[in-house]
Design a protein around this ligand. Structure first.
Ligand code: TXA
Ligand code: MG
Length: 326
């Protein structure tokens, strides 16, 4: 299969309607999209991504009216949050309606759903009369794609079309929130592109973070995520660099270059901004991975705003790798 990259919405529409997969741009990361109401199309997502079938998919819709068709009930507190932050990097986890298959939710009665903020994808969604199921458009367990080229590197020959919407503006996945009926409380299940601080300031209340359940249907099974080929060590650079031959090391700094002669250095944010660091994170992880170094060593982001979501990605990317040293 030849994979084309382009801006042709008619072609994307045609492939999606033929139950084929199309990579779509969003503001967070690129998605690998299929007709969410077609078992045939959704099955292809799991195959192409090599994704375990116990890991459910997010539905993408154009607006709140559409969203309401696929959930059994939208609590008013969540609706207010959605009205404020959508289209945008916010995914809500709610009881599904009958229209949503068990294949999409991996057997769960809950569905994750969001309104992505990208004009091309919103145009596409507005033309379709069904939602798109779309996980990040990477092979399962690897770094998420933030450009059409990233998608092409991994999925060339496996899907017919990549809708090219340029580099993604947010750069990390959406924040997933759930809702507790009894307490009328919102809980964060995955840290992401919408910060806790922004949501708390809007709701005037504290929000609980329960990221140990970011895979509620699959507790603990997918801790290793976003992995680079080169072992990634995260922590204090001076500490990590000790005992290692600097020529074989690539450094990912948060804010400033260090005074070391290593193979290569990257900076996540020249302006000390967590939004900028998030936007660059996956691109720089990919570039660092191509340097053929022995290790990539990386600093933690400050623990606030999008720094929390960045550190969550770094923690998962470095899972188990810290053991391989000295
Ligand atoms: O920003 C995003 O959310 C991107 C773009 C493409 O929209 N999508 C994305 O999808 O990150 P994915 O599949 O890479 O991550 C979705 C996460 C997974 O951790 C999955 O387990 C969780 O959402 N999830 C999806 N449906 C769920 C459900 N019904 N119950 C619990 N967790 C769910
Ligand atoms: Mg993913």
């Amino acid at each position: 299969m030849q994979t084309q990259i382009g801006l042709d919405l008619d072609l994307a529409f045609k492939f999606i309607n033929n139950q084929e997969l199309v990579a779509i741009p969003t503001e967070t990361v690129y998605g690998l999209a299929a007709n969410a109401l077609s078992i045939e199309a959704v099955s292809k997502i799991y195959q192409v991504k090599n994704r375990p079938q116990f890991n459910p998919l997010i539905l993408h819709v154009a607006n709140v009216t559409e969203m309401k068709k696929y959930v059994s009930h939208l609590p008013s507190k969540l609706e207010i949050l959605i009205q404020k932050f959508s289209p945008g990097p916010l995914t809500v986890l709610l009881p599904k309606s009958e229209l949503v298959s068990d294949l999409v939710t991996a057997g769960s009665s809950m569905v994750a759903i969001r309104i992505p903020n990208h004009t091309l994808t919103l145009d596409l969604l507005n033309r379709l009369d069904f939602p798109l199921a779309a996980p990040s458009a990477n092979i399962s367990g690897t770094v998420s794609p933030t450009s059409a080229e990233h998608v092409f590197e991994q999925l060339n020959g496996k899907i017919p079309y990549i809708l090219n919407g340029g580099e993604t503006s947010i750069g990390i996945e959406s924040t997933i929130v759930g809702y507790d009926d009894r307490l009328d409380e919102i809980t964060i299940h995955r840290l992401g592109g919408l910060s806790i601080e922004e949501m708390e300031a809007f709701l005037h209340e504290k929000i609980r973070v329960d990221i140990h359940h970011d895979q509620p249907t699959t507790p603990g099974q997918l801790k290793s995520h976003y992995a680079t080929q080169t072992p990634l060590l995260v922590g204090n650079i001076d500490e990590l660099i000790k005992d290692k031959y600097p020529k074989e090391i690539v450094i990912i700094n948060y804010h400033k270059l260090k005074d070391y002669e290593v193979k290569k250095q990257f900076v996540l944010s020249n302006h000390d901004s967590s939004a900028e660091a998030a936007q660059n994170l996956f691109k720089i992880m990919r570039e660092a991975d191509k340097c053929q170094a022995q290790y990539i060593i990386c600093e933690w982001a400050p623990e606030e705003h999008l720094g929390l979501a960045i550190n969550d990605r770094l923690r998962k990317a470095s899972f188990n790798k810290t053991q391989i040293k000295k």
